[in-house]
Design a protein around this ligand. Structure first.
Ligand SMILES: Cc1cc2nc3c(=O)[nH]c(=O)nc-3n(C[C@H](O)[C@H](O)[C@H](O)COP(=O)(O)OP(=O)(O)OC[C@H]3O[C@@H](n4cnc5c(N)ncnc54)[C@H](O)[C@@H]3O)c2cc1C
Ligand code: FES
Length: 258
């Protein structure tokens, strides 16, 4: 883990309150694994010294890419950062997804939850695996970076609540169709998920219910990001775990849901 002063190389509005930011971060990018996160000190919030955690959307050729949604003070301040500015970025942090996979890798994302799944899909493809993406959102504008997945040759199965793209309904609708198909031909699968809690719970339930592996990226409020403050507790079958250290990726069978 390093703390790098990173120059902003790109920072673009991708619509519906989402932005993509690219840093020159050679040390973090070379060490990063899919599913890990970085802790970003937002310059306009420097006085509070608090950082904000973001999944690594991609790490390649010394470039670190993040995809984020403006939801409050920290992300609104991050949105004002300009190309050429320097930002303190700490990482890579936490445990990532296992990249080896026994069976079909099925990636399930919602909203900015696709961020770590793109990096995962890219690494899986480089290792000869054939991931598929099941992605959900309220509306079409919440389906992020689909062009990037398609450029990798990853089949994408979208679902939106309002039917503006893909299946009308939940992301678990096209996922269930695929699970039924795979069971029909006796193919094993593993699930890799990141998104809102209800979606994660539904995916974890499908993994444990079918005795398949499920890898779930938990999003818990974080302060220190390095295991010192216990702000990011996730209940597991082994007791309380720190999401920033023992996570953010947990095995589905280890998670305890409230
Ligand atoms: C491991 C990890 C990876 C993450 N990856 C991404 C990512 O790739 N892209 C992205 O856009 N966001 C990601 N998040 C969420 C992001 O960290 C929060 O949205 C951000 O910290 C909010 O800061 P803020 O100051 O703008 O909001 P605040 O002013 O602190 O809060 C504004 C609103 O956002 C809610 N909020 C605050 N923190 C979180 C959180 N952790 N998750 C969900 N809602 C929150 C608050 O409850 C409140 O309603 C990740 C979080 C974690 C823990
Ligand atoms: S954020 Fe401090 S222990 Fe996890």
């Amino acid at each position: 883990m390093t703390n790098e002063k990173c120059k902003v190389l790109e920072h673009v509005d991708i619509g519906a309150g989402y932005r993509r930011i690219v840093f020159d971060a050679p040390q973090i990018a070379s060490a990063a694994e899919p599913g890990q996160f970085v802790h970003v000190r937002v310059p306009a919030l420097e006085e509070s010294a608090l950082r904000r955690p973001f999944s690594i959307f991609n790490a390649e050729d010394g470039r670190l890419e993040l995809l984020y949604k403006t939801v409050g003070r920290g992300t609104a301040a991050l949105a004002t950062v300009n190309v050429g500015d320097e930002v303190s970025v700490m990482g890579p942090l936490g445990h990532g997804f296992p990249v080896a996979c026994a069976g079909e890798p099925l990636l399930v994302g919602g909203g900015f939850g696709v961020a770590p799944l793109y990096f995962l899909a890219r690494v899986m493809k480089s290792k000869g695996l054939s991931p598929k993406l099941f992605v959900g959102g309220r509306t079409k504008a919440d389906l992020l970076a689909l062009d990037r997945f398609e450029a990798l040759g990853v089949p994408v199965f979208p679902a939106t609540n309002d039917g503006s793209a893909g299946t009308q309904g939940l992301v678990t609708d096209p996922l269930d169709d695929e699970l039924i198909r795979l069971r029909g031909i006796g193919r094993p699968f593993e699930l890799f998920a990141c998104g809102p809690d209800p979606m994660l719970k539904a995916v974890a339930w499908r993994a444990t219910g079918s005795k398949s592996k499920g890898w779930i990226s938990m999003d818990r409020h974080m302060v220190c990001g390095v295991g010192a403050c216990y702000a990011c507790i996730q209940k597991t079958v082994r007791g309380n775990s720190r999401c920033c250290i023992e996570g953010p990726i947990f095995a589905a069978e280890d998670l305890v849901w409230d």
